[in-house]
Design a protein around this ligand. Structure first.
Ligand code: FES
Length: 196
């Protein structure tokens, strides 16, 4: 079963990544729009395996899964520390809404505290927010802002766990897709840990 799953996985190697924390890497798999309808359906259902070994602290990469962007952010200790400060300013600090798998319903919304794996899709009308954690951490007026992601469509802002700030347009935290780690440096998006 495991082997079968392994065969089904589309292998994806993240070849490069932008430095500096605020950079987003373009998806490195063929975009679904370039495929035939049947190939598109197969690709959409297929988990995506990612090499995460080269993501430096503070760096974010984007991969495509089901035709949508998934962000993988290697959070620095400072980013992680900011989550305690933003908790009182976000709408759903304890992730009570089912926007993440069970094993990510925790303070960092992740399996591994250092790695945030989240859909880069705003929960308002589906725009793709922009990472905002460079110098000055600018471009959000949300109370408690310490950097994160800002949606330029209508201004919703999200912290480093993808939690939406209060009094912005989006009603929910960013979605965390099902995912699991094969090893220290290999991540699969679209497949969860098998329950024992
Ligand atoms: Fe993001 Fe409206 S789509 S705030």
């Amino acid at each position: 079963m495991h082997m079968e799953n392994n065969r089904k996985r589309r292998r994806l190697i993240v070849a490069t990544a932008l430095a500096g924390g605020a950079g987003v890497l373009a998806g490195t798999v063929p975009f679904l729009s370039s495929l035939s309808p049947s190939a598109r359906a197969r690709a959409a259902a297929t988990p995506v395996e990612v090499d995460i070994g080269g993501i430096a602290p503070g760096q974010l990469i984007t991969v495509e899964w089901q035709g949508r962007p998934v962000w993988i952010l290697n959070r620095t200790p400072e980013m992680l520390a900011s989550l305690a400060k933003t908790a009182e300013h976000v709408l759903d600090p304890d992730s009570k809404q089912k926007q993440q798998p069970e094993n990510c319903t925790n303070g960092t919304r992740s399996i591994r505290p250092d790695l945030l794996v989240v859909m880069g899709v705003c929960t308002h009308f589906g725009c793709s927010p922009l990472p905002r954690f460079g110098p000055g951490k600018g471009e959000s007026t949300s109370a408690g802002w310490a950097g994160g992601f800002v949606c330029s469509c209508h201004g919703a802002s999200f912290d480093f766990a993808g939690r939406v700030f209060k009094n912005t347009q989006a009603p929910k935290n960013l979605e965390v897709p099902p995912h699991r780690y094969l090893s220290e440096n290999r991540l699969v998006i679209g497949s969860e840990e098998e329950k024992t």
